[in-house]
Write a protein that binds this ligand. Structure first.
Ligand code: GRF
Length: 199
C-alpha cells in the first residue's frame, strides 16, 4: 500500500465546493492514497475554483454556453482529463449532465455525491435545496447522502456508500442541507475516495 502509486483525482464542481474542501483537507492529512490534480468548474463563479487556487491545484472552466453542444463540452473536458492522466473523477456538486461522449472518452471510474438516500429523492431536478425540501415535505424520519458510480442516468449508478441522520423537528431545508454537508457528506465522500484509492 505504501508503495502503491497515488491515484490522480479530478474534482468537478459548480458551486461552493465544500465537498472539494473536505477532500483537500483529507489529502493534506494523508487520509487517502491520492492527489487532487485538477478542479474543473462548470461556471467561472464557482467558489470551488477559489478553494483550488488557494491550494495550488490547477483549475479549468468549461462553461456550457461557450460550446455549440454538450457533447463538444464533454469532449473538451475528457481530453483534459486524459491529458492529466486522471484515474478517478469525483463529481462534487457538478450540475452538468454527462453525455454518452464523456463515458466513451473517459473510461476510468467516475463517482458522484448526492444528498439523499438514493434511490429516494434522486433524478432530474433533485439537487440543492430541492432535495431537502422534498425530504421534509414527505415527512421522512431520516435522510442521508449517497456516493455512487456515475452512469448514463441521473443518480442511478451503483451505490458505493451511504450514511444517514435523523431529521429533527427544527430542520428547515436550509438547516438540513448544512447538517447533511458537515455531518454526513464530507466524511462519507472522504471514506469513498479512500476506498477507491486503495483498490
Ligand atoms: C452537495 O450537497 C452534493 O451532495 C451535491 O451538491 C452539493 C455540493 O455542495 N451533489 P458543495 O459545493 O460541495 O458545498
Amino acid at each position: 500500500m505504501q508503495n502503491a502509486q497515488k491515484k490522480r483525482i479530478a474534482v468537478l464542481c459548480s458551486g461552493s465546493g465544500s465537498n472539494l474542501q473536505a477532500l483537500i483537507d483529507a489529502e493534506k492529512e494523508n487520509k487517502f492514497n491520492g492527489e487532487i490534480c485538477l478542479v474543473i468548474a462548470s461556471n467561472p463563479n464557482a467558489y470551488a475554483l477559489e478553494r483550488a487556487k488557494q491550494n495550488n491545484i490547477q483549475t479549468a472552466v468549461f462553461y456550457l454556453s461557450t460550446f455549440a453542444t454538450p457533447e463538444l463540452r464533454d469532449n473538451a473536458i475528457t481530453n483534459l482529463l486524459n491529458l492529466h492522466n486522471i484515474d478517478l473523477v469525483v463529481l462534487a456538486g457538478y450540475l452538468g449532465i454527462l453525455t454518452p461522449d464523456f463515458f466513451a472518452n473517459f473510461t476510468n471510474p467516475i463517482i458522484n455525491i448526492h444528498p439523499s438516500l438514493l434511490p429516494k429523492f434522486g433524478g432530474a431536478g433533485m439537487h440543492g435545496l430541492a432535495v431537502h425540501t422534498a425530504v421534509i415535505n414527505a415527512k421522512e424520519t431520516h435522510s442521508g447522502a449517497t456516493v455512487h458510480y456515475v452512469d448514463c442516468g441521473i443518480d442511478t449508478g451503483c451505490i458505493i456508500a451511504q450514511d444517514s441522520l435523523e431529521i429533527l423537528s427544527t430542520d428547515t431545508p436550509e438547516i438540513l442541507q448544512q447538517r447533511m454537508l458537515h455531518q454526513i457528506e464530507h466524511p462519507l465522500l472522504v471514506k469513498a475516495v479512500t476506498q477507491l484509492c486503495s483498490e
